[in-house]
Every structure is written in structure tokens, then in C-alpha cells.
Ligand binder design. Structure first.
Ligand SMILES: C[S@@+](CC[C@H](N)C(=O)[O-])C[C@H]1O[C@@H](n2cnc3c(N)ncnc32)[C@H](O)[C@@H]1O
Length: 215
């Protein structure tokens, strides 16, 4: 009988991946059980739902079906599906793993889904999106803070960036510093970076970073 990989083992492998090819292979293998694994009560991965609610809250009276959204590191589409439930109809997704993208495609929440390495510049136009989400992807051994300037570039003025950053790497990996520089350069306003539930069942919390693009 084939060995069963537990959800904790998947996460340990993900957080200690040795480069892009390792990560891509891991997520391609994990894709079919990812949603079930992270919805178990010992994980209770609430970040995608909380992120979608955060987007809706900051858009205030702007209806979700009137905005163009990029879900960066969309994985199996948990964020897109949550946004679609709240009314979003124009969502593109990008991710490193074709296997994760195949699962995301089945949600029917996305217009375009493309395999993309977020450590390289995005092949998207300036000011292409009203909102960029990046949930669960600014994490150990995944995508570093350098991507944030690309998110700013592709987001329209007065648009929003909503991203999670695990508490334990917020400072150590430089996310806070990069965001402070974007604020100093008057590219964004840091609206919020409160720490809250992420994998609630495992007691793991993360910053829910909300940036308003001002230039
Ligand atoms: C923990 S999952 C989060 C997926 C989804 N946003 C969610 O909340 O369920 C992390 C995702 O980041 C993607 N990823 C890791 N490194 C990446 C990179 N360099 N470029 C694009 N995506 C990457 C993985 O393929 C995986 O789907």
C-alpha cells in the first residue's frame, strides 16, 4: 500500500522546499487532496475566506462584480471561490503549479489561469487590476517580498492589495521593510497589517496586509 502523506508532512515539505522545481512538484502532487487536508479541523485554513471578506469590506460600496481581480499564487482556487461567492465575476489567477491550476479551473471562479513564477516580473500591463490578492503564498520558501512592487505596478491607482504574511516571517524575511519603503516612496498607503487567524485549527496566525495603491 502507498504511504499516505499527512497534511503536516505536506506543509513541512512546502516550507522547506529547495527551489522552484521542488515546490512545483510538491504542489502538483498535493493538488488533489490540498483542499480536504487544509479544511480538516486540525488545520481549519480560514485565510482565503477572511481575505475575500477583507476585499469586500475595503471596496465598501463598489460591487465586487465591477472590479477586475488578480489572485496571485491562486493554488486550487480557494480565494477565487470565496470572492465569487461574494459576487466577483472577473478574476484571473496565476500560480507556479499546473496541478493546482487544474483544480482551480474546476471552481469556474476564474477567467484566465496561467502558470507563472512570481519571483519573475509579471507579464501583465501596468494598472491592469483593481485588486490583487496573494494568500498563503508569501510564506516560508515560497515568494519573497520583492513581488510586492510588481503587485503595485499591475494595480490601478486607488486599487487594493490584500495579502497574508505569516507572523513569524513578517520581519525576518523583510516583508515589513519592503512595505515601509513602498509607503515612504508614496506608492501605497499601509491600511492594515493586523495579525489574525490563518490556520486556525493549528493555532497559526498571519498578518492580513491591506495596501491602498496611491501612485
Ligand atoms: C499554500 S498555497 C496557497 C494557495 C492559495 N492562495 C490558497 O490560499 O489556498 C501556496 C501556493 O503558492 C504557489 N507558489 C509557490 N511559489 C510560487 C512562485 N514562485 N510563483 C507562483 N506561485 C508560487 C504554489 O504553487 C501554491 O499553489
Amino acid at each position: 500500500m502507498a504511504a499516505v502523506t499527512t497534511n503536516i508532512e505536506w506543509l513541512n515539505r512546502a516550507y522547506s522546499a529547495k527551489g522552484l522545481s521542488d515546490l512545483r512538484t510538491l504542489y502538483d502532487e498535493w493538488a488533489s487532496s490540498y483542499n480536504t487536508d487544509l479544511s480538516r479541523s486540525d488545520q481549519d485554513y480560514v485565510a482565503p475566506t477572511l481575505a475575500a471578506a477583507t476585499v469586500a469590506r475595503y471596496l465598501e460600496s463598489t460591487p465586487l462584480n465591477s472590479v477586475k481581480i488578480l489572485d496571485a499564487g491562486c493554488g486550487t482556487g480557494l480565494v477565487g471561490a470565496s470572492l465569487a461567492k461574494l459576487g466577483a465575476t472577473d478574476i484571473d489567477g496565476v500560480d507556479l503549479s499546473p496541478g493546482m491550476l487544474d483544480v482551480a479551473r474546476k471552481t469556474k471562479a476564474y477567467k484566465d489561469l496561467d502558470p507563472v513564477d512570481l519571483s519573475k516580473p509579471l507579464t501583465k500591463d501596468n494598472d491592469a487590476y483593481d485588486v490583487v490578492t496573494c494568500i498563503g503564498t508569501l510564506t516560508h520558501a515560497h515568494v519573497g517580498p520583492g513581488v510586492l512592487s510588481e503587485f503595485v505596478r499591475v494595480t490601478k491607482k486607488d486599487g487594493w492589495i490584500v495579502a497574508t504574511v505569516l507572523d513569524d516571517i513578517w520581519e525576518s524575511v523583510g516583508y515589513r521593510e519592503v512595505i515601509e519603503k513602498l509607503v515612504e516612496d508614496k506608492k501605497v498607503e499601509l491600511v492594515s497589517a493586523d495579525s489574525g487567524d490563518y490556520r486556525r485549527g493549528a493555532g497559526v496566525s498571519a498578518r492580513m496586509v491591506v495596501l491602498k495603491v496611491i501612485a
